[in-house]
Design a protein around this ligand. Structure first.
Ligand SMILES: O=C(O)C(=O)C[C@]1(C(=O)O)C=C[C@@H](O)C=C1
Length: 330
């Protein structure tokens, strides 16, 4: 993994719609191009590398949104974090999924990766010098229940916390801090990728078991390389699907009726975000369903399509929207 992660090859593709956001590209020509939240050394980068290894080329994007929007332009695949076992949903990804067109941005797979956070400083910086802690908001934002909030509270109670777009972006910022008073919360890999950084503490996350789930998006019929390692529990893979449902506002219907129409498909998870409609308090639900039996590929597609059309026919018309946002095996 480290070999692939530290290598840089082909340049940024000219066709990239978010050219200014794309920082590096690595891999060989003619491979599918995968966009991820960069810079190099983010957990997303490592998880994507574990999943596809050297079978894709990698482009680093400055934000989760630019990785998502690269799909259908400079990238064939986007690899995005969607939920963390201690901090919950990755809101930015859910908000982008509200816009996903099932033509270009379809969920094709998922992966789990263990997250082990470290406190990283410029070489020579001591614990007592740290005045600012930088990281991704999932990790260290003191207002939110960040993944390391207990560590920050106990060990660096007077440090200011600053949100960065990613953990590796925090590492880069610390490297540039000539005052040597800042620290980043990121992976240990960043100290290998960015010489000049040193580890001050390891495994500083609140919960010993800290796992993030990632989704793999592409056009629905694009041929994707088989995953090398997904981090998912071994055993019989199950069919999954994601339905994006925007019913009328919850005060005018029983949500149980909406979810009831999906049965007999098993509901594995529901996330909710405000819909983008002008109707007040109309929400969009992301409903992950899974097969409780052993359907074939075709049987599962038929079952998911039937569930989506039941939502549309049984829930009051006009204001209801239901889209299949992905079908995959996990
Ligand atoms: O900042 C990174 O390193 C990321 O890959 C992003 C991200 C996230 O958005 O959840 C991914 C995994 C960890 O949970 C922390 C941060």
């Amino acid at each position: 993994m480290f070999g692939a992660l530290s290598r840089r090859a082909n340049p940024t593709p000219d066709s990239c719609p978010v050219l200014e956001d794309v920082m590096t590209a690595e891999g060989s020509p003619n491979q599918p191009v995968l966009a991820y939240l960069g810079p190099e050394g983010t957990y997303t980068h490592q998880a994507a590398n574990d999943y596809f290894a050297e079978s894709v080329s990698y482009i680093s994007c400055q934000t989760i949104a630019s990785a998502f929007h690269a799909l259908g332009g400079s990238a064939d695949i986007a690899f995005l974090p969607i939920e963390n076992s201690t901090h919950g949903a990755v809101i930015e990804t859910l908000d982008l999924l509200r816009l996903a067109s099932s033509e270009n941005q379809f969920i094709r797979g998922e992966a789990l990766a263990s997250i082990s956070h470290c406190l990283v400083v410029r070489k020579g910086t001591k614990f007592e010098n740290i005045q600012t802690v930088l990281s991704h908001e999932q990790v260290g934002e003191s207002k939110a229940l960040g993944q390391c909030s207990a560590f920050i509270k106990d060990r660096l109670p007077s440090a200011r916390t600053v949100k960065t777009v990613s953990t590796a972006a925090a590492a880069q910022q610390v490297l540039r801090d000539s005052t040597s008073t800042s620290a980043a919360i990121c992976s240990s890999l960043c100290t290998k990728l960015y010489p000049g950084l040193a580890l001050l503490a390891e495994n500083i996350q609140d919960a010993a078991a800290n796992v993030t789930r990632f989704i793999v998006l592409s056009a629905p019929h694009a041929t994707l390389p088989s995953p090398t390692a997904s981090g998912l529990p071994s055993g019989q893979p199950q069919w999954c699907a994601m339905l994006r449902i925007t019913p009328p506002p919850a005060h005018s219907l029983n949500l149980g009726d909406v979810f009831g129409t999906i049965q007999p498909l098993a509901i594995a998870r529901v996330d909710r975000r405000p819909s983008l409609s002008p109707t007040l308090f109309q929400d969009t639900y992301f409903v992950k369903v899974r097969d409780s039996g052993t359907s074939t590929d075709l049987e599962w597609k038929v079952a998911v399509t039937a569930a989506a059309s039941r939502v549309l026919t049984k829930i009051p018309h006009g204001e209801t929207n239901c889209t299949i946002l992905g079908i995959w095996k996990a």
